[in-house]
Design a protein around this ligand. Structure first.
Ligand SMILES: O=C(O)CCC(=O)/C=C/C=C(\O)C(=O)O
Ligand SMILES: [Fe+2]
Length: 316
């Protein structure tokens, strides 16, 4: 029974609109360090908390949280497509344990996931099917959104389940930090887009997929020139948020409401609830020690890009 945590921002813009080489090299260095630590740990099971961007979860039924007993990655923005290696019985047991803890997580026996899940698996493990993984969806874009507190309680419940396994468990949180790329919203969508958001977007025609990709790339190019063309990045908030997690003060976040968080750091920063869930899961193993914090505001990727690892304080 042991655990390692790695939280990492994701971006669909890597390779499309990139920052200068020095920044890219710094990011590559942070990811390489994370990957080396994970290799040394040699996880037997990965529990991946990640969001979706209207590729797998829609307003026909939008859960706050969902555990997959099987999952397929669609391969958006150049990420790997295919099946994740989900241990079905273990994922079922995890969902049962979380429900018994009082957190009403949904389950999916055919979860569809996007770059939010695929990118960390590729960057940190070398591919989407290299290790058994329990995928845990955390709604980070579709209002109404779960709160920091509920994300923490979800993570604690998952952590108690993981602690009971005789396995080396890698906990991953994917997404964030401050950012607001152009993701459609139901409240402002036209009839066609509203239909897509309610479920017809599950199998998007290739021309619409290409237009959607193009829209994000174009927005990034404009954002680099004009930081007010989208919600500005907030490095101060991002650093404070990372320090809060590193110092084990997860409950301090409970008081921050969702509208307040959107105003502080952009409507997509709710993805950081995956970080909160992952840290809360680690806290079920006892006090932890965070390490290798990395942060850069990267307008080319429309995000505050961060990486943070942690392990139980008792680990060697
Ligand atoms: O429908 C769309 O256009 C969605 C665009 C999209 O998927 C953007 C994703 C951005 C991130 O994942 C991110 O910056 O975290
Ligand atoms: Fe995202």
């Amino acid at each position: 029974m042991s655990a390692l945590l790695q939280c990492l921002s994701h971006t669909p813009l890597v390779g499309e609109v990139d920052p200068e080489q020095a920044v890219l090299s710094a990011v590559d260095g942070a990811i390489a360090a994370a990957r080396a630590r994970i290799e040394r740990f040699d996880p037997e099971l990965v529990i991946l908390f990640a969001p979706d961007h209207y590729n797998g979860f829609f307003y026909d039924v939008m859960p706050s949280f969902c555990i997959g007993t099987a999952a397929h990655a669609i391969g958006d923005f150049g990420t790997q497509a295919g099946d994740l290696d989900v241990p079905e019985a273990l994922a079922e047991a995890c969902a049962g344990s979380v429900l018994a803890s009082g957190v009403d997580v949904a389950v999916s026996y055919a979860m569809q996931v996007d770059h939010g899940f695929a990118q960390p698996l590729e960057y940190l493990l070398g591919g989407i099917d290299r290790k058994p993984v329990i995928p845990v969806f955390v709604n980070g874009v579709a209002r109404p959104l779960p709160s920091f507190q509920r994300a923490r309680l979800l993570g604690e419940a998952v952590g108690r389940f993981a602690r009971g396994l005789d396995q080396r468990v890698l906990l991953i949180g994917s997404g964030g930090l401050s950012h607001q790329p152009p993701v459609p919203e139901l409240a402002t969508a036209n009839a066609h887009m509203a239909d897509r958001l309610k479920g017809s977007g599950r199998h998007l025609p290739p021309d619409e997929r290409a237009a959607r990709t193009r829209r994000v790339i174009d927005a990034a190019r404009v954002f680099v020139e004009d930081p007010h063309s989208l919600h500005p990045l907030n490095p101060e908030w991002d650093r404070r948020f990372m320090a809060t997690l590193a110092e084990g003060r997860l409950q301090d976040l409970d008081a921050i409401g969702n509208d307040e968080l959107s105003a502080l750091a952009g409507k997509s920063t709710h993805e950081v609830k995956t970080w909160v869930a992952a840290f809360a899961a680690l806290s079920a193993f006892g006090p932890y020690r965070a390490c290798d914090g990395f942060y850069r505001p990267i307008p080319e990727w429309i995000c505050g890009f961060g990486s943070l690892a942690a392990e139980p304080a008792t680990a060697a």
